[in-house]
Design a protein around this ligand. Structure first.
Ligand code: PLP
Length: 413
């Protein structure tokens, strides 16, 4: 018999299993977050089955009838987004950070233009290169150069600026999935400007920290546009955003979007608006605590003898830390060992198999503070160094997680 769902009950049961499992996992995946159930509720509105197709920068023209209130919901959400990210224009139609990035690149480049990006080796998302490697169409028109990095997964700014002067790219995409510190955006923007290149910041990981005011806003530092996800350090529903202060850039983006997204899942928008209201209220406290927790966790792991990157710079200024786990068989193996004990981290997604990424956004929202980081480091020691049996670790982890009530930094009705 094929193994399909035969009833709603079966669907519910499997979902219950999932919920119970994830509730008892220590989630340190930096690209995920705990979403306030009040915000999650908004995803279930009538909008889940509606279209908000539009034309024009501010959605002036509606292709669909029935958009009387949808237009107002979209406009008000756009205005909130512009307000919190301090941008003149935004586009909320991309349904994720990746598609927001693809739209921006297609809008601002012509075939054969040179694009510089962070490559997978340095925790780049690999917006362009992997796409060109796997899709023939893109391979024909994309031309990519790696942004030069030095130790500790930080950009070699001097070398990078020289490379910009020499290669004269059309577009530069800063930002990665392993950002420990802010980049020298101002300096890089100046170099980009000198050669007529667009400087784009992929803030997918750090958008929550920017919204909380605890990480520099690349738009204010001279980036021409920013694209990001709404569900990593930013605790909103999954989605994407493009931001810019340039009308010219956003008009170009506006032309490209309909070839990539037509149903833009507008049930996200009230949830996104609610998440922004939540960030307006708690973003500062939440953001500061995330960074303090990252530093404290790095410190505790370092005390155990783990090789945490960037010790001499204080390990991190973001929601994540990177740990070289070569001695435990590499990042893929270490992340799977941890997963067996219900500790979720990220391996380097096909990079050099050296570092795991450990994020603190979700545990911060669950209520953990600096003092709790020692306990987390203990769990890492038990799994990776002592190689303890996973059943006893899972048991202790379950008992430990009960203490954390999920209610911190959450807006209420
Ligand atoms: C996650 C990520 C993306 C893609 O965002 P999605 O929301 O998953 O589509 C893009 N860039 C970086 C640096 C990321 O980490």
């Amino acid at each position: 018999m094929i193994n399909i769902f035969n009833s709603l009950k079966e669907i519910d049961e499997l979902l219950d299993k999932h919920n119970n499992y994830r509730n008892n996992c220590l989630n340190l995946i930096a690209s995920e977050n705990y979403i306030n159930p009040v915000i999650g509720e908004y995803l279930k509105s009538d909008l889940v089955g509606r279209y908000g197709c539009y034309e024009g920068l501010e959605g002036e023209e509606r292709e669909y009838t029935g958009n009387k209130y949808i237009k107002e919901i979209e406009t008000k959400t756009q205005d909130l987004v512009k307000d919190i990210f301090k941008a003149k224009y935004c586009d909320l139609r991309p349904i994720g950070g990746h598609i927001a990035g693809v739209a921006t690149v297609l809008a601002l480049t012509d075939p054969d233009d040179l694009i510089m990006e962070v490559v997978l080796e340095n925790w780049g998302h690999g917006l362009i290169e992997p796409m060109a490697d796997t899709v023939g169409h893109f391979d024909r028109v994309f031309n990519v150069e790696a942004i030069p990095y030095k130790e500790n997964q930080t950009i070699d700014t001097a070398k990078f600026i020289k490379k910009i002067e020499e290669k004269k790219p059309k577009l530069i995409i800063l930002g990665s999935s392993g950002m420990l510190f802010p980049e020298a955006v101002e300096k890089i923007a100046e170099a980009a400007n000198d050669v007529g290149a667009y400087l784009i910041h992929d803030s997918s990981h750090i958008s929550g920290l920017i919204a909380g005011g605890v990480f520099p806003n690349p738009l204010e530092q001279g980036a021409d546009a920013v694209f990001c996800s709404t569900h990593k350090s930013f605790p909103g529903p999954q989605g994407g955003i493009i931001l810019s202060n340039s009308k010219e850039i956003m008009l170009k983006v506006n032309e490209v979007i309909p070839s990539l997204v037509t149903s833009h899942h507008i049930n996200r928008l009230p949830a996104l608006a609610a998440a922004i209201l939540e960030m307006k209220k708690f973003g500062d406290k939440y953001g500061k605590q995330i960074i303090q927790n990252s530093k404290a966790l790095a410190e505790e792991l370092d005390n155990k003898g783990f090789n945490v990157l960037a010790k001499e710079r204080g390990f991190t200024e973001s929601h994540l830390i990177l740990m070289d786990v070569s001695e435990f068989g590499g990042s893929y193996k270490a992340a799977r060992m941890l997963e067996k004990s219900q500790i979720l981290s990220s391996d380097d997604f096909g990079g050099p198999d050296r570092e795991i990424r450990i994020g603190t956004a979700e545990i911060t929202r669950r209520g953990m503070k600096e003092k709790d980081m020692k306990k987390i480091a203990d769990f890492f020691e038990r799994v990776l160094i002592n190689q303890e049996d996973e059943l006893s670790v899972i048991d202790d982890l379950k008992n430990y997680l009960i203490k954390f009530d999920n209610n911190l930094y959450c807006i209420e009705k």
